[in-house]
Design a binder for this molecule. Structure first.
Ligand SMILES: [Zn+2]
Length: 818
């Protein structure tokens, strides 16, 4: 979100982090410190310093009233964590902000609160407020209808029990108050469990449904919950169990737990290479064809104080390739009326500053910059620029010879050359027609737990293959591709230079944003640089500002890291499943991943049968995550990305799903931890203490293994789905029906007596997170239909494109219509 500075033509630099987008929205740009940052021991202090540094960035809670405000933060290019939580007074998101940025956001009216590891009050008194609001609603108002969406209980964290309820009211106004009351198990009084008010969830200004702000702790598992509306509506539904599906435990010799510290990309890549060497029969290393730009930067030095007198130079060669050997001195000649000169000896550049008739220095920053850039020998070594687009009218002071530096702090063991990304391929019969699964981690550099998840999965597959039958079946029946670090340069930078680095390292900024103090804001967000639903296509959640946390890059797929993903999924078209592992918050998500701001128009929604398949898969996968230490991923953090998080234009899961039909799922590891003392959930952040990071890696590696089990079941699925037509209501003049299926499947139907095909109407969801639609006919109708599951099995073996007539048929009678 650091942005280019706006030169107002007055020679004064306006250091505003706000983007042109903000200006276009009419927000007032905030004037910030016009002075360039102070030099510290010859080194320019970056605008954004590590979170571990005094005055560094911090992961701060920001509470906004609604999703529209989340979208606004997103559009501002604020460096948001992939985290969203409903709170009493709106939505809590987390942003990586420097003190300056936090001030500026507050100045724009955003409610920027404390740092994430701290204890925050979540407006616990809101229940009181709601009670008051409830009383204000008069009984005269008309009844509403309540549609239950989900009512579930689950265990999490030391077998504590929680209740989660989602209900939609036909009254969409803000005054409608819903209250849930539940029992304490079968046969107990209906109100014996407790009662609580639900919150109204709006998205892009639209009412979605009511739900609890976060899962409520309960002492006993409820069997039924009654939701009553202040408008008079009431509904009672059974509470089902979420997760905790009984899984067959692995054999007694199953080994796990192979990571014991955070690993940088060099180490991670070395680890999978060593694994491949140890298990050559069932693995293969795939060198991805596009090398990254590398952990390297040009060398720089900055001179002067005050924006008008400051300029900086950038080496033409990377620091590691000689840029760090270049030096620049600014000398003051003894004679009066001396001209401005540039002398180059080897890699040492000396500027002789001009003097006036009295012998005082008369060279401005602009003149020095122009002289350096015009000198052939000097410009072979470096380029010069004024500070953040300033006119550079201020006089320059003499300075001793200063060596340029790339500022990189990683040890020599981290290569300064373009990085060879490697994927580990695991499978007994690789290259056959086996279903492929692509597990990739660490698109975002600072998400340190995620490569551990991928490494742990690789270790478990290989070290259990010989003696664990379940692992053997997975490795025998699938073609698995594991890319443990998808952003190696950025991750090296996060480990050694700036821990909150999210993007890759490549600097696409023009001179006005390429000064040394901007260096922690460069790079491309690799999960915004893909080609589907991208910023370039008009979707929300990425920025064209090169210093934004969600910079989309100069064009779609400009970055080699992302081209490698596309290459891999094209080269191996048998890949059918992909899991993009991020942190934090504890999420399981699927496409669509982005929407346009106007009207919240998403990429095409996934159809009902496929969505049901994803929900069913999520139960299996998230039950596996839960086995480690009881962590439940909440129902409210499971689902399509825009329903549970926010728009992410140009992300990889959408690329894989919409361009190649690969089921593209996302994990956010690191579920909130429940604190029994405060009865609150607390977020874990990007780089938790290793003991916590280790647990997250173990949990989500189990989740990745469960994905492989899902993929294997898919590959072996020959079972045909079954379906039934169910009449749900009749009036004197119409009948209403829907279809049920005995496994997740899509239903295609006709009402005009014609033969159903894959082009016939498809049964859709009644609404977001709702079940199947109901179809109403006003005369007796012969319905024809068939169902087809995700693996392509068709009910009764019917061939929709063929001549057969073995589809399903049933007459729906309308009384009095003959
Ligand atoms: Zn991420």
């Amino acid at each position: 979100m650091r942005s280019s500075l706006n030169d107002r033509g007055s020679g004064r630099v306006v250091a505003a982090f706000v983007l042109p987008v903000v200006l276009a929205l009419g927000a007032t740009p905030v004037l910030a410190s016009p002075a360039p940052p102070a030099l510290s021991g010859g080194e320019v202090v970056p605008d954004r310093q590590p979170s571990t540094t005094q005055d560094g960035v911090a992961l701060l809670r920001v509470v906004v009233p609604d999703q529209a405000a989340v979208d606004r933060l997103n559009a501002l290019g604020v460096d948001l964590a992939e985290y969203r939580k409903a709170v009493d007074d709106g939505i809590e998101v987390h942003a990586v902000l420097s003190p300056q940025e936090a001030r500026e956001l507050r100045g724009q009216g955003f409610d920027v609160r404390d740092a994430v590891p701290g204890q925050a009050a979540f407006a616990a008194n809101q229940a009181e407020r709601r009670t008051a609001m409830s009383a204000a609603v008069t009984a005269a108002q008309q009844n509403d209808t309540l549609t239950p969406l989900r009512a579930e209980w689950f265990t999490s964290t030391d077998d504590r029990r929680f209740l989660s309820v989602e209900v939609k009211s036909s009254a969409t106004d803000a005054e409608t108050v819903l209250t849930a009351t539940w029992d304490s198990g079968r046969g107990t009084p209906p109100d014996s469990g407790g009662t609580a008010t639900l919150s109204r969830f709006t998205d892009a200004g639209q009412y979605m449904y009511h739900r609890f702000d976060y899962p409520l702790p309960v002492t006993q598992a409820p069997s039924r919950v009654t939701i009553k509306s202040s408008r008079g509506g009431s509904v009672t539904v059974p509470v089902t169990k979420w997760l905790g599906e009984r899984r067959t435990p692995p054999g007694g010799h199953y080994v796990s737990d192979f990571v014991d510290h955070y690993m940088d990309p060099t180490e991670v890549t070395g680890r999978i290479t060593a694994l491949a060497a140890e298990f050559p029969r069932i693995t293969q290393i795939i060198d991805l064809p596009y090398k990254t730009n590398g952990y390297r930067r040009a060398a720089q030095a900055q001179f002067g104080t005050g924006a008008a007198s400051t300029f900086y130079v950038t080496s033409t060669a990377y620091g590691s390739q000689g840029g760090n050997d270049v030096s620049l001195a600014l000398t003051r000649p003894e004679a009066a009326s001396s001209p401005l000169t540039v002398t180059v000896t080897g890699k040492d550049v000396v500027v002789g500053l001009a003097t006036d008739a009295s012998g005082a220095i008369s060279s401005t920053a602009r003149q020095v910059v122009d002289a350096l850039n015009a000198n052939t020998a000097a410009s072979a070594l470096l380029t010069a620029a004024t500070y953040r687009g300033d006119q550079g009218g201020g006089l320059v002071a003499a300075a001793p010879a200063t060596r340029l530096t790339d500022g990189l702090k990683a040890p020599r063991s981290v290569s300064r050359e373009p990085f060879q990304m490697k994927a580990l391929r695991v499978g007994t019969k690789r290259g056959g027609p086996k279903v492929g699964v692509f597990l990739y981690c660490q698109e975002h550099a600072r998400e340190w737990v995620t490569p551990l998840v991928c490494v742990e999965t690789a270790e478990r597959l290989l070290r259990n293959y010989a003696h664990d039958p379940r692992t053997r079946r997975i490795v025998d029946d699938l073609d698995i591709f594991i890319l443990p670090t998808s952003n190696p340069d950025g991750a090296h930078y996060s480990f050694y230079d700036y821990n909150m680095q999210r993007k890759n390292m490549t600097n696409h900024c023009p001179a006005k944003a390429a000064d040394p103090a901007s260096r922690n804001s460069w790079g491309v967000d690799l999960n915004r640089n893909f080609s589907v639903g991208s910023m370039f296509d008009g979707y929300l959640g990425a920025s064209s500002d090169c210093t934004s946390g969600v910079f989309a890059g100069p064009s779609e797929l400009s970055e080699p890291e992302d081209r490698n993903q596309v290459w891999l999924t094209r080269k191996y078209p048998n890949i059918k499943f992909a899991m993009n592992t991020h942190s934090y918050g504890g999420y399981f998500m699927w496409p669509p991943g982005s929407y346009k701001e106007a009207g919240r128009e998403t990429l095409p929604r996934i159809d009902l049968g496929t969505e049901n398949y994803f929900w069913e898969s999520s139960r299996h996968i998230l039950s596996a995550v839960q086995e480690r230490r009881g962590t439940a991923i909440w129902p409210g953090r499971t689902g399509p990305v825009p329903d549970v998080l926010y728009s992410a234009a140009g992300n990889s899961a959408d690329e894989h799903w919409y361009n190649r039909g690969i089921i593209g799922w996302d994990f956010e590891v690191g579920a909130d931890l429940y604190d029994p003392a405060t009865k609150r959930f607390q977020p874990v952040g990007f780089q938790p203490p290793f003991a916590e990071g280790h647990e997250e890696a173990m949990e989500f590696s189990s989740g990745q293994i469960a994905i492989l089990e899902v993929a294997r079941a898919y590959s072996g699925d020959r079972r045909r789905p079954g379906s039934e037509l169910e009449v749900t209501g009749r009036t004197g003049t119409s009948a209403t029906f829907t279809f049920t299926t005995d496994e997740p499947a899509n239903v295609y139907y006709t009402l005009d007596g014609s033969r159903p095909t894959l082009n016939s109407p498809k049964l859709v969801a009644a609404g977001t997170r709702e079940g199947a639609q109901r179809i109403t006919v006003d005369r007796t109708t012969e319905v024809h239909w068939f169902s087809v599951d995700i693996a392509g099995n068709v009910e009764r073996g019917y061939r929709p494109g063929g001549p057969g007539a073995n589809y399903r048929r049933q007459r729906v009678e309308v009384r009095g219509d003959r």
